[in-house]
Design a protein around this ligand. Sequence first.
Ligand SMILES: C[S@@+](CC[C@H](N)C(=O)[O-])C[C@H]1O[C@@H](n2cnc3c(N)ncnc32)[C@H](O)[C@@H]1O
Length: 299
Amino acid sequence: MSESKNFHRSDDPAHGLREGGPGAVGPAGAPGHDRDSEPDSGRGSGQDAGRASRPMARMFPPGAGPSPDPAGSHHERRIRSFQPRRSRVTKGQRAALERLWPRWGFDVDGLRKLDLGELFGDPDLPVVLEIGFGMGEATARMAAADPDTGILAVDVHTPGQGNLLRLADEKGLDNVRVGNGDAIILLREMLVPDSLSGLRIYFPDPWPKARHHKRRLIQPEFLDLAAGPLRSGALVHCATDWEDYAEQMLEVFTAHPEYENTQPDGGFAPRPANRPLTRFEGQGLDKGHAVRDLLFRRR
Ligand SMILES: C[S@@+](CC[C@H](N)C(=O)[O-])C[C@H]1O[C@@H](n2cnc3c(N)ncnc32)[C@H](O)[C@@H]1O
């Protein structure tokens, strides 16, 4: 594995962007989580990528809800692949967070290893990590369609966390757990080797401006990190509607020795039937974007 430059540990200030101190990652995101304004990340809400966000007030007592900055103070200096955003948490989302967080939610604080068997109440359940579930509609549908797989869903977006918990409750799902925080910290500090049966990343922030490409999630250092927790044979499924990001993904996955393309021609995959339309995909399709799926396997 090569040394991670972008997703390095926090103790080397020479690397990475600093985007605000404790509180930079907080309850975030436009309520509809749309990409209709001129976005740095390519998905709306338009705060400057380099500008520090203000510390967020704590919305819940410790342990009773997602923390505004679960790993900020001790993993502060790193490039972040998400846009710090603020938004209103609706009454329904707040109620779901209050009621269900203690049961199904956890902070990505980087301070402990996760025992996934314990987290899901079943040591034999295969667990798939989904990074960046947004409002969680597609996540809930996939979880409902496959109750024998645990979905470890992580995002920094508080309204989305509340929405996914609400959906899981409504649909009677017990196979979804919701992580609050940066997936980089989760992969690097909290997941043990060979613990994941799959990885899903649907429509990651495209960061369209060239100067922000370093903030794109899918790059060699990220694949290094993910290779640790992923079991041999685990399926990695990504999708994007940004042409040049799709090409970049295909290139970095293909070049990485720990992953192999499931497609005999070495190209993009046909859209798998189990992936529902996501919110961002719908917005991209409305704009005439072409959607690309990638299906790789951990060697
Ligand atoms: C463009 S949205 C796509 C949401 C959803 N998958 C969809 O297709 O509608 C990307 C999401 O990834 C989340 N995200 C980006 N980088 C992340 C990271 N490092 N850790 C956790 N979530 C991240 C963002 O907060 C955002 O909710």
